[in-house]
Design a protein around this ligand. Structure first.
Ligand SMILES: *Cc1c(COP(=O)(O)O)cnc(C)c1O
Length: 408
């Protein structure tokens, strides 16, 4: 038995308490349940030095802040602490001071995306609670991470993808042993089928925020960031927002760290970045609303943020508002241009969603929403290698005379 500091689960909307240690989905009012900890006891039992001394892989170093009670239920595929890489050559074009913009490169995690954090926790807790068949609607990366971790844990799974999910993700999911289906709709349509299958087949639904543990995994982004920056936080965080688990999770992490006294001072401004073709959170934030109605005809190259409706909408918007942050939507062509520039100038191949944070940062600097001297963290949520790249049409004939003047 590892020591765990979980006290209970709590409805994120009403505050109603729920029992931990048993299978739970949404609260009675159909909203996410959040894990609450006895932070006083945690703070008295764990210190920064013991975290620093941990030899656990990647985010498992934060096990005291996580809900898994039995160490043998930690399902691991070699998680790593992801690097913070300063933008260098591209800062001039962005209008930033060199060294102030740090890319948190989450593409280095197992399955090549930060979905590994959330699904690793969801699968580990499913193991702990004896669940053996998980189901998920996905735009690609969540399904891939679920597949890898569930197979590792010996669990079965069913994955439903919208028709325009990147093909590589669909293949990746099947290659990792999951039953994968392509649905002629969007992720929320897939989610409805998963919801119905809970009753019909007995699936356990691991959709974004519909079980309490994926957000705990995503929370480790905030813990890790704080530790990497010497238990300080940046001034501003740009987060590509789909279902918003990561933004909500980091905000939760910062509050937990503050409550146990490991950080002080103001928390970072949280910026929710979306694509113009699917920007429900930006629209609601601009209108001063807390809830974001379904976005019709959602489309964007940044598949990971093509989420027309989010069950945690109010949690995203509250974090943005409380932090003094903002929300911004970007056109696809500007996102892809930013991806190009950062790859060519700084050698960092971002995913489109990660590139969206760079473009949002550039615009925010230009509009005076952030200052060039602000320390900014930009999330690159997946490896750029999973996304289409332009074809190369230059060829050389080994048998002909080579014209070396062609090489620039
Ligand atoms: C899932 C995903 C996102 C959005 O993350 P949320 O925390 O669910 O908002 C962004 N980018 C990529 C590549 C993703 O896979």
């Amino acid at each position: 038995m590892t020591e765990t500091f979980v006290s209970h689960l709590e409805c994120s909307m009403t505050g109603q308490r729920y029992e931990a240690g048993v299978v739970q989905g949404l609260s009675e009012v159909g909203r996410p349940l959040l894990v609450r900890y006895d932070l006083e006891r945690l703070g008295a039992s764990v210190d920064k030095t013991s975290i620093a001394a941990s030899s656990a892989p990647g985010f498992w170093r934060y096990a005291p802040f996580l809900p898994v009670t039995q160490a043998e239920n930690r399902v691991s595929l070699g998680e790593v602490v992801t690097p913070l890489i300063p933008l260098a050559n591209s800062t001039a074009r962005l209008g930033a001071e060199p060294g102030k913009a740090l890319v948190k490169d989450e593409g280095r995690l197992p399955t090549g995306s930060f979905k590994a954090r959330g699904l690793c926790l969801a699968v580990s807790m499913a193991k702990e609670l004896g669940l053996d068949h998980l189901a998920i609607p996905t735009n690609g990366n969540a399904g891939a991470a679920m597949a890898a971790y569930a197979r590792r844990a010996g669990q079965k799974g069913t994955v439903l993808c919208p028709a325009d999910t990147p093909d590589i993700n669909i293949r990746e999911i099947r290659q990792q042993g999951m039953d994968v289906w392509v649905v002629n709709g969007l992720i929320n349509d897939c989610g409805k089928i998963v919801g119905a299958g809970k009753e019909a087949v007995g699936w356990f639904d691991v959709s974004t925020l519909k079980e309490p543990y994926r957000v705990e995994g995503k929370k480790t982004m905030g813990l890790e960031l704080a530790e990497q920056l010497g238990w300080t936080l940046p001034d501003v965080i740009f987060y590509p927002t789909g279902g918003g688990t990561g933004l909500i999770g980091m905000w939760k992490a910062f509050h937990e760290l503050k409550e146990i006294g490991w950080i002080d001072g103001p928390l970072p401004r949280m910026v929710a970045v979306q694509a113009e073709g699917c920007a429900p959170i930006v629209k609601a934030w601009e209108a001063g609303e807390e809830h974001a109605p379904l976005w019709e005809d959602a489309h964007t190259v940044a598949a990971g943020i093509r989420v027309p409706v989010a069950i945690g909408d109010f949690l995203i918007i509250r974090a943005v508002r409380e932090s003094g942050g903002f929300a911004m939507a970007l056109p696809d062509d500007a996102i892809m241009a930013a991806r190009d520039h950062v790859a060519k100038e700084d050698g960092l191949l971002l995913c489109p969603e990660g590139a969206a944070t760079v473009e949002a940062y550039r615009r925010a600097l230009a509009e005076g929403l952030v200052r060039p001297g602000d320390r900014a963290v930009l999330y690159n949520c997946a490896t750029g290698l999973k996304y289409p790249m332009a074809a190369v049409d230059q060829t050389l004939d080994k048998d002909a005379e080579i014209d070396f003047s062609r090489f620039t």
